[in-house]
Design a protein around this ligand. Structure first.
Ligand code: AHG
Ligand code: MN
Ligand code: MN
Length: 339
């Protein structure tokens, strides 16, 4: 079977729909190439001395793994010279990285979670890279952190690469979701799925149950009623999956449906959940919506949240449309009862 490459897909999308101008195509190809390099490092594991901690902490106080640092460097190096970017922001960097003066500056801004699922690196479980693309607003060379604070609905593209049994790149430019599998023999990304659709209904949820005692009442009630199964108010049995790599959990949901939840909890009231709006929630929300699913904070659409800080966190409920709507109903019911 003749499969089309990522390059051909991008060229044809531009020809047919005008959605991928030259700089965006270069950007996506560069990110895909960087992911290939990260995939090689991931595969080497202990042989490449890439396991374990780097001995440093990121801006959020999380201990960095060697692969967090390596992946961040790979993405920066690959992207800074091509002329397609004005600046980058990463979960692993305190502040934005403006393209140095020695290179031309492009019209896009790239945000990434270089290595998602860090706790799974050393145990050989699927991990990934998540990215989001925004347009630079305004002209001139200057870029500030404020330029990045755009709601997710303004993303020009988003995607992730999952380093699992297969290495798969999943992409949206606002015209559906396409998946490309890395052919390790030729080094090419080949289109293996387009027109990805998430089933509207599901009976599978993904949440870290160990946090249950810290959840807010509507989340407790929602999951409690899922657990009650066919004898409870939902009238059906639910299954549970939790990989603890958002990329792997979202990849499963894009493949067979489900609801993924990382709520705000009372464990650390200073944090609005665990996941980061700009590096994790927004790109995944864009992909999920483009596949016909829904992505909310539990109360409102994720991609409408206007960020106030680069590294801000947000509660996340995403996946099969009907089930996300159900979870939102629990929040509204709770809010209404409170008056
Ligand atoms: P990261 O490795 O980039 O910090 O992200 C980990 C995230 C996400 O991938 C996953 O869904 C969640 O954290 C796992 O959280 P728990 O440790 O609570 O399971
Ligand atoms: Mn992450
Ligand atoms: Mn990460």
């Amino acid at each position: 079977m003749k499969r089309i490459s990522l390059t051909q897909y991008l060229v044809e999308q531009q020809r047919e729909y005008g959605l991928i101008p030259g700089q965006l195509r270069l950007l996506i190809e560069v990110v895909a190439r960087a992911c290939k390099r990260i995939a090689i490092a991931v595969n080497k594991g202990a042989l490449g001395d890439v396991l374990g901690t780097a001995g440093t902490a990121n801006v959020q106080g999380e201990v960095q793994k060697k692969l967090d640092v390596i992946s961040n460097e790979v993405l920066i190096e690959a992207n800074e010279w091509g002329g397609h970017l004005a600046a980058m922001a990463s979960e692993e960097m305190d502040s934005i990285h403006v393209v140095p003066n020695r290179y031309p500056q492009g019209e896009y801004m790239l945000l990434f979670d270089p290595l998602d699922g860090s706790s799974n690196i050393d145990v050989n479980v699927s991990i990934g890279t998540i990215f989001s693309v925004l347009r630079k607003i305004g002209h001139g060379r200057g870029v500030t952190e404020e330029d990045f604070l755009q709601p997710g609905k303004q993303q020009a593209a988003a995607g992730y690469c999952v380093y699992g049994p297969q290495t798969t790149l999943v992409l949206t430019v606002g015209n559906g979701v396409a998946m490309f599998t890395l052919d390790r023999e030729t080094g090419s990304w080949l289109l293996t799925q387009h027109e990805t659709t998430i089933p509207e209904d599901t009976n599978e949820f993904a949440i870290n149950m160990s946090n249950m005692r810290h959840w807010a009442p509507p989340v407790k009630r929602y999951i409690g009623e899922c657990l009650a199964g066919s004898e409870g108010p939902r009238g059906k049995d639910f299954n549970m999956r939790w990989v603890a790599s958002m990329v792997a959990d979202v990849h499963r949901i894009l493949t067979r449906g489900g609801i993924f939840i990382y709520p705000a909890d009372l464990k650390d009231p200073s944090k609005a959940g665990r996941l980061r709006l700009m590096y994790e929630a927004n790109p995944m929300a864009f992909l999920v919506e483009q596949a016909g699913g829904a992505a909310t904070t539990g109360r409102s659409r994720l991609m409408e949240v206007t960020p106030s800080q680069l590294h801000q966190r947000v509660p996340v409920f995403l996946g099969s449309r009907e089930e996300v709507a159900e979870a939102v109903r629990y929040h509204h019911a709770h809010d209404n009862a409170q008056g």
